[in-house]
Design a protein around this ligand. Sequence first.
Ligand code: ADP
Length: 596
Amino acid sequence: MLNALQPRIIAIIAFLAVVAGVSMTVGWFGYLSALDQLRQRGQSDLALASDRLTGEFGRYRELAVLMADHPVVAAKAAGDDADVTALLRRITDKTGSLDVLVVARSGIELASASGSGAQNHQRQPYFERALDGALGHYHLLHDRYGQRTFLFAAPIFSPEGPVNGAVIVVVDVDAVEALWRGDRPTVFFTDELGVSFISNRSELVFMVRESSRAIHTASAEFAPDILKPFLEYEALDRRGMQLWSVQGQRYVPRTALHLSLPLPVIQMTGEALLDVAPAKLIARLQAGVTAAICLAFGALLFLATERRRTLAQANVKLESAVHSRTAELSDINEELRHEVVERIATEAQLKKAQSDLVQAGKLSALGQMSAGISHELNQPLMAIRSYAENAETFLERGNVDVAGQNLGRITELARRMGRIIRNLRAFSKQENHGMTDVDLCAVVEAVIEISHSRAQSEGVGLIWSPPEGALMVRGGEVRLQQVVLNLLSNAMDAMTGQDNAKEVEITVERNGTRVDLGVCDSGPGLVEPDRIFDPFYSTKQLTPDGQGHDGMGLGLSISYGLVQSFGGDITGHNRETGGAVFTMTLDAAVVEEDAA
Ligand code: ADP
């Protein structure tokens, strides 16, 4: 059993391994493709965020340039005593900038919208650049405003050409960030020193990369205590894409695709961290679906194979069952053939035994009747002798008439003797088994003739009123005689030694296509009517005084067989008025007038 299961278990394990391999491969490629899509989307998101930032800053940059051209501001920078504070405040309010400053060439602040603590901007990089006639910009955590700021410094040119001073627009970075705080993806902008200065996640602001910390500290632009170490992450390369596995951050995805975009306009680099969880989910789904399809397919395949295997096994069983059954049937057939042969032989033996028995029965009946027959023949013989002697005497006396009468009687008696002898010869003859049309009345009369002397000697009255004309039936003459003789002999046997009147009535009657023959007696009747046709059933015994006959119990069973062979029937039962009645029914012969 286990050995039969082993290959299947190995096949299932191998199949599962293949399914795992295929679904992992599908999942991997799905993951890479999802990452690629994520990268494309992330790049456009990052570009969008960068554009928004630079666009927002661009407004302030233009404001600085425009303000530098303002005549009042230019006059102020040229040393005019005019009050520009009100103008600067209006501008600040309208543009949403944090502050607008007018700075003299010396770096001294001439006016500001906020009016708070004047500051010397000398040697500041943005101011230096403005004095050089270019647009300077810078970002810093301003002590004066207490927050992150982005500065644009535009040079104020004198009508003669040289730079008289600068207009500095201070941008509130928090206000710019407020527009996209919390948006996806996570974005932060780092300066060239590696400090993340702007982000849509406030937790990521002021992170500094380890490698650049020393430089940054040296520059002393930010107080070291507000700086934070950069995100702890492990970078992985996936087909040119950088994946960061980030530790211990609540606001940053655990595994993120890192994208960066340089922004030379503001000298920063935009960086985005995109959550790869959806890509992983897609990949897992694809792998799961592939595995499910493969497993479903495998299960169907497995079921089909199992079904085929079961069918094949059932087939083998069936074939072997059919084989063994066929062998059994062949054996039975062979036995049957033997039995048929044996039966045919037995049947032949039985037929022979039957015909021997029939013959024996006839001879036994003749034996029983021998005394009666010899009496029957002796009587006319004696009469013939007397008639012959008397005829001789009458002839001597010349009485020819009486002698002639005697001779006539002699002829009649001789005819009668001849008839008796013919009947006996016919009865003792062995008849072949065919069937002919037989006159049932003639059969009865022949039997009466044979039994006449016995009936007479035993005082049995034979009642026989034949119908007019012949009554033809299908059968064998001698065999029918035997049956009728047997019925008559049994009736006379039954009445042996009986005191009351001994009578046997024989009747024949046509009933449609059948002819009934009845033999009824005034004897004691049947002891066991159900058994009378059983072979060897006999109640006959020789009485101690030598009266009666010893029975073989075959007469009726032979008669039954003979009548059945003619297609007829024989029954026997007791009469209500006493005595037994036997009825033999035979097919009527189809005589010409019937046919007509
Ligand atoms: P057997 O004459 O040798 O006994 P049968 O087969 O001819 O054998 O008869 C079987 C038995 O049927 C008889 O022994 C007898 O008991 C019974 N039997 C047959 N005919 C009569 C009858 N007419 N009256 C009473 N009994 C009969």
